[in-house]
Design a protein around this ligand. Sequence first.
Ligand code: PLP
Length: 362
Amino acid sequence: MSVAKNIIRADVRALSAYHVPDASGFVKLDAMENPYTLPPELQRQLGERLGAVALNRYPVPSYAGLKAAIREHMGVPGGFDVVLGNGSDELISIVSVACAKPGAKVLAPVPGFVMYAMSAQFAGLEFVGVPLNVDLSLDRDAMLAAVREHRPAITYLAYPNNPTGNLFDLETMLAIIREVGDTGIVVVDEAYQPFAGTSFMPRLPDHPNVIVMRTVSKLGLAGIRLGYMSASAELLAEFDKVRPPYNVNVLTETTAAFVLEHAAVLDAQAVSLCDERARLAAALAEMPGVTVFPSAANFILLRVVQPGLTGSIVFERLLQRKVLVKNVGKMHALLENCLRVTVSTAAENALFLDALKPSLNI
Ligand SMILES: Cc1ncc(COP(=O)(O)O)c(C=O)c1O
């Protein structure tokens, strides 16, 4: 037996590593990145700021300055604090580890963000996925029944949801939060909030069992890896114990604080992406052989519905034309023949549409 076989958990050995395709030379529309960079003058100022950072020192683990800037700019309710993560991926992991009592369970609608199930597995929690309705809305009765049956420690509701792009019905979410009560927490994951026009954040003070989780990744800062979550002081204090003390590095800390001083730039980029989303969705809706799902995020889910064609064939044809989208058709039966495409600049969206037409035999 090899040492890996001797010591690594069987379920870990059975996994395949999270696959990130090489996108060099492609129009990259697979990862919901913001296509815009900072304006050159801000890049220059940021460079100066970063040049002066004390790289020889550990970060100050309270992150007081950055947290204050996040509270101020991101609509965190008065009296509420945040815990920071190395991306919201790390926050999901922190929450999973903190709640991993023997026998504890995690519940989420499926299809949903894959890290909920993966983090649960890594922390030794059982994951229960509840299928969405065919129209990709929450199955209210099934969700409430699953909460009653499994009494999950953690329930995830992505608002808007990935990979479907839709906003779940708020009343249904509130019913789930009520049903969970004080036997679990509900993580409202707002990764795509900048494009949603709505947020659960203002409601946070009414729900002691809710965590609102966000990331700056989709806002244009995916490279710095920064997520934050807000909840009651009691919950945050517990999660903070599990957080590695220096999990946000000084370059990320400084960059995020700098960019928040210029938050209007990111806000304007989000507005422009929402305009592009409307244009892209309208162009897709005109195409024969495609069904477009409504999106409140910076990506659009579409289904190939042309006889003789599958989502996978169209995905491969797009690849041949140097356009990379995400083939989500195998993720879940509800997503059969579906592709997910990031909303990008007008120019990149046009390249995508130009590549899509011949891929659909139009
Ligand atoms: C719903 C949802 N939550 C969280 C994340 C992770 O974001 P981060 O880049 O902050 O780790 C993603 C990334 O795609 C996501 O779709």
